[in-house]
Design a protein around this ligand. Structure first.
Ligand SMILES: [Zn+2]
Length: 290
């Protein structure tokens, strides 16, 4: 019991740190994309006093407003934001509440993965658990990026794909089921990516974006299997409708406004990964599935 609580706290701390990493990465990728798509020099490059390289992973964090390099005490997840009351220490510009929220969200999902992890936490099970958390980081970054800017950036998609492929390989090593794994991955891509491609074609890209096809295929590789993939699609659509119908009814959105679908796909993925076995068992018990 002691070890479980101790591990849980450690997982939450890791979640906060990775949440902070997600904040930094999505901001940097967005800065690069904006400056390259506009063909303009970014604010950082124009400012000769503060030559800040916009590398995505390395490099010190800066305040986007005053470009002051942040010290470690400004970068403690959640706590820095609370202590500084949501303002930059140097120029007092407001720092978005989204930063601590993304950190807490990541920590909560990490904790959920620990508490509801369907495999063991030793040997191969532990390797899969750690890989899952890295995949979760990629997925949260994608969901936030999609919510904020309606794009699923290639760089995050491909990085996440690498972790998913390693995850799949470890699973094959563990369970020694090469053929059935390849069969599952095949159906995952066909159902996850193919359906969205079909919707994309018939709606001429109006209902969903091209990025959703790639994300669907990516999730298909992770989840795999015809049954799991179909439940995943059903769950994602259900979550999407539960959120978008009230928005449409209360005229927050109208028919033609974009509702990013990525976050729903990702939320459904988390649910399937942790509770897929339970859901399938339940559905079979009630004759909802053959
Ligand atoms: Zn500042």
């Amino acid at each position: 019991m002691f070890w479980m609580i101790f591990t849980l706290i450690a997982i939450i701390v890791y979640g906060l740190i990775f949440g902070s990493f997600i904040n930094a990465v999505i901001w940097r990728i967005h800065q690069q994309d904006v400056s390259s798509s506009l063909g303009l020099k970014s604010k950082q490059e124009n400012n000769s006093k503060n030559k800040v390289s916009l590398s995505i992973i390395s490099g010190r964090s800066i305040c986007p407003n005053c470009l002051h390099i942040l010290s470690p005490r400004d970068l403690v997840p959640v706590f820095s934001w609370v202590i500084l009351r949501g303002k930059c220490r140097y120029c007092k510009t407001k720092i978005s509440w989204q930063y601590p929220v993304i950190e807490i969200l990541t920590a909560v999902i990490f904790a959920g993965y620990y508490l509801f992890w369907p495999y063991t936490l030793i040997g191969y099970g532990l390797i899969l658990f750690i890989l899952s958390l890295l995949i979760v980081v990629g997925f949260i970054a994608l969901a936030i990026y999609d919510l904020k800017w309606f794009i699923l950036p290639s760089r995050i998609i491909y990085t996440t794909l690498i972790f998913i492929i390693i995850y799949r390989l470890v699973l094959i090593l563990w369970q020694h089921q090469v053929l059935s794994s390849l069969f599952n991955i095949f159906w995952g891509i066909i159902i996850g990516g193919g359906l969205f491609y079909f919707i994309y074609l018939i709606s001429k890209g109006k209902w969903i974006g091209y990025g959703d096809i790639r994300l669907g295929a990516l999730i298909g590789v992770l989840i795999g299997g015809p049954l799991d993939s179909i439940i995943f699609l059903f769950l994602a659509s259900l979550l999407g409708s539960l959120v978008s119908i009230p928005l449409l009814v209360f005229k927050k959105y109208h028919k033609d406004s974009i509702i990013p679908f990525g976050p729903f796909l990702i939320l459904a993925t988390f649910i399937i990964q942790l509770f897929g076995v339970v859901i399938i068992h339940f559905a079979k018990n009630y004759y909802l599935l053959p």
